[in-house]
Design a protein around this ligand. Structure first.
Ligand code: NAP
Ligand code: GDD
Length: 360
């Protein structure tokens, strides 16, 4: 069967379809002709804004499920009857994992065991993608080194520890039960629909608001941290490619460039013809108990085996995110309201916590 014909008969289940990657992957798979199912959690306020923003809400089938709840995962597999399962759901914010280490472990770690067990018991022939992360390298992420599939892991947050458990669980189900299970070890990837608490979007959103007179300062934590930031729509392609191989494997996905939070600010403010030193200050409350110093990925295996390589690099990424936020806030000033950002993150929200990472 030709590639496009095969894709048209394919069914995919995406956990975490309401998140950045879930929504972008859904868009990609729909474009290939897949029937796309996605899990969502029951919330007091529906959270489908990314799917709406991409114009795909009515094109996907939504299945209620929670990684905490095994029965809901079994049911999600039963009703979607998928060929491929992409596990993108997680408590994904590193800062929050220090405040809620047990909950993060339940969802981000043990949740993957629940999902793989649901697959093993109901449909072990599915191909499974696990959203692993460069945070696994943790304290091994130091200046002047690059991380590959062979670099030892040294996780340094409750989030990373949970993801390490999930990484190994994925390998155990691959090796022990012959399930086609792949780990994508993705480095940071961003887009205009990135959550506002992550540093790239926090900065680009603030730049746009400062430029338009809606905000006058920006407080950040560790300005020296360095990350390998790529463009999320390209990264979700690699997830799909991993599940199209003859054999399952683990792949680093990265740009191979690293930049500091300080540089991120410089570039982002410059995009709006502003100088960051006039607006940015450090709030010690936003520092994490431990922070990974420097991540820089070597994705040569992905290039060799998957034929994947990044196109959008740091400066272009920051510029496109600043542009998107400027457009969004200009429309807001002209009276247009959105079902997201402005409503969900009011300026005067009062979060009481010994750590500020949740809002940071
Ligand atoms: P995100 O925007 O925070 O999305 C996370 C998704 O998980 C949301 O749909 C969220 O649902 C869902 N979720 C949270 N708790 C859940 C639970 N208990 N049961 C079911 N669903 C739950 O994250 P992302 O940036 O798209 O990242 C996708 C995945 O890749 C995550 O596993 C993340 O850890 C991993 N990852 C991300 C990056 C990156 O740079 N983006 C890099 C490496 C790995 P709600 O909308 O209801 O909250
Ligand atoms: N969020 C945030 N807010 N981070 C800040 C701030 C701030 O005000 N100030 C400095 N930083 C620093 C953090 O301390 C960290 O060193 C860096 O900016 C990036 O932080 P995040 O954007 O929150 O991302 P992350 O690297 O911790 O985690 C993201 O990437 C991982 C892959 O490496 C998340 O997407 C994880 O889910 C993902 O696994």
């Amino acid at each position: 069967m030709r590639e496009e014909e095969r894709a048209k008969s394919m069914r995919a289940l995406i956990t975490g379809i309401t998140g950045q990657d879930g929504a972008l992957l859904a868009q990609l798979l729909l474009g290939k002709g897949y029937q796309v199912f996605g899990t969502y959690r029951r919330l007091s306020t529906p959270n489908f804004w990314r799917l709406q923003h991409l114009g795909i809400l009515s094109k996907v089938s939504l299945v209620p499920a929670d990684l905490i709840d095994l029965a809901s995962l079994v049911e999600a597999i039963r009703v979607s009857d998928p060929d491929e399962v992409y596990n993108l759901a997680a408590q994904s914010f590193v800062g929050a994992s220090f405040e809620q280490p047990i909950g993060s472990g339940e969802i981000t770690g043990l949740g993957v065991t629940r999902l793989l067990e649901a697959i093993r018991q109901t449909k072990p022939s599915v191909r499974f993608y696990q959203a692993s992360t460069s945070e696994l390298y943790g304290l091994n992420g130091v200046e002047g080194t690059m991380q590959s599939e062979d670099t030892p892991f040294q996780p340094s947050s409750p989030y990373a520890i949970a993801k390490l458990s999930a990484y190994w669980t994925t390998r155990v189900y691959r090796e022990g039960y012959d399930i086609f299970a792949a780990n994508g070890i993705l480095f940071n990837h961003e887009s205009p629909i990135r959550g506002l608490e992550f540093v790239t979007r926090k900065v680009t959103n603030a730049v746009a608001r400062i430029k338009l007179g809606l905000q006058d300062s920006l407080e950040l934590g560790n300005m020296d941290a360095k990350r390998d930031w790529g463009y999320a729509p390209e990264y979700v392609q690699s997830m799909w490619l991993m599940l199209q191989q003859d054999e399952p494997g683990d792949f680093v996905i990265a740009t191979g460039e690293t930049h500091s939070v300080e540089e991120l600010c410089e570039v982002a403010f410059r995009c709006a013809e502003l100088r960051q030193e006039n607006y940015v200050s450090v709030d010690k409350g936003l520092l994490r108990p431990i922070d990974v110093k420097c991540l820089c990925g070597d994705s040569s295996k992905a290039e060799r085996v998957l034929g994947w390589s990044p196109k959008v690099k740091f400066a272009e990424l920051v510029e496109l995110m600043v542009d998107a936020d400027l457009r969004r806030w200009k429309r807001w000033k002209e009276g247009e309201t959105f079902p997201w950002d402005a409503v969900n993150y009011p300026d005067d929200v009062n979060v009481v916590s010994t750590m500020k990472n949740r809002g940071g």
